[in-house]
Write a protein that binds this ligand. Sequence first.
Ligand code: GUN
Ligand code: FE
Length: 431
Amino acid sequence: TLLPVIAGVRVYPEYIADGALVIDDETGLIINYGSREAMLANYVLTATNDSQEPVQIHDHRHKLIMPGFIDTHVHYPQIDMIAAYGEQLLDWLNNYTFVTEANFGDPKIAHDTAQFFLNQLLANGTTSAMVFATSHPLSAEAFFAESHRLNTRMITGNVLMDQNAPEPLCVPAEQSIRDTQNIIDNWHERGRQHVAITPRFAITSSPTQLRLAGELYASHDSVYLQTHLAENRDEVAFVQELYPNHKGYLDVYDDMGLLGRRTTLAHGIYLETPEYERLRATGTQISHCPTSNLFLGSGLFDLPKTLSYTGVSIATDVGAGTSLSMLTTLSEAYKVQQLQSNQLSAHQGLYQITLGNAQSLLLDDKIGNFMPSKEADFVVIDMKATALLERRMAQTKTLEEQLFVLIMLGDDRVIEQTIIAGQSRYRKSAV
Ligand code: GUN
Ligand code: FE
């Protein structure tokens, strides 16, 4: 691969103007990266002399390659109702979301939608995600089957719901936990798949279901947990009504044993200082979903404050989020911070959607940058994919300016190719 390389290393990306990424086809792992000259000298020339293995060179001159993007919170069944008009969270769930999710008891719908969704992720340069299925166990299994086939690193689980939702989506507490246990047995750490225990949120699970979820979480040391937290004022008030004796929304999850380093809570907009302190004490991670927060009119996420307490990742939250593109998501994250007079630089943003999100999910030993022995998940980006981008890029003077323009104006159109563990899984069709 001959190209300019950017490897997300902490907040400051490493940029190589004329670089190369060396990959082992067999294992799908990165062997090394560096200047094209050095990589050619160290690998290509020696390999052709000493070994039978032919070295294939893919030339991506004038393109940018970056680690694949990671989306830490997204609902795959909701791709079928993205952009549903006119409601805020609780009405949006009742009027659109639950209606669509009820269809996923049909294995054909689950399989077709999982396949479509995963292909859309790849078309947007997203190579790993933490995903909600529905309460039907087969919705999670269909997703894992398709992800396993593509060899993408993904996290999902059946959604736990047993109250305050339509009857077909409710699964009794004990049954739903047995479903998750089965899915763990079948899929957890099989290939690149991981299971997350997935209570939808405090409103749609009984105290019994939440407590059983906490016990299941405590009994596994590498299974994840994902849910929603304090996204919307009416939601927070409803939780307070359901749990009048708890100190707040987070305290419900805390009491049920749902917090910890492997837990990711989406949103966290309406939190009090003691709740931030519990996030810090337990290592619980927050996933910020800017397009969703704007679309549902949920509120403005306080990024600097949350970051001062715990790890924050950035995510799309489709179908409340309006785009699967992590570039578009960063562009909206920037604007949400602008409304609060906070900054979000291009370097910080691109770090976040690669190595930063990998760290939040405890996957930074495997993905997130180009360190030797990591898995070769990466994207080839055309910085001049549109007439506007080409014209605007011609006016830029620095790399950081170019990357900022890419974030503001880029989306799936800039993704030329997506590679999963060394295998090309998506190529933009020629126009
Ligand atoms: N809270 C509970 N369920 C959902 C969901 O599906 N989407 C969003 N944005 N928030 C939720
Ligand atoms: Fe969500």
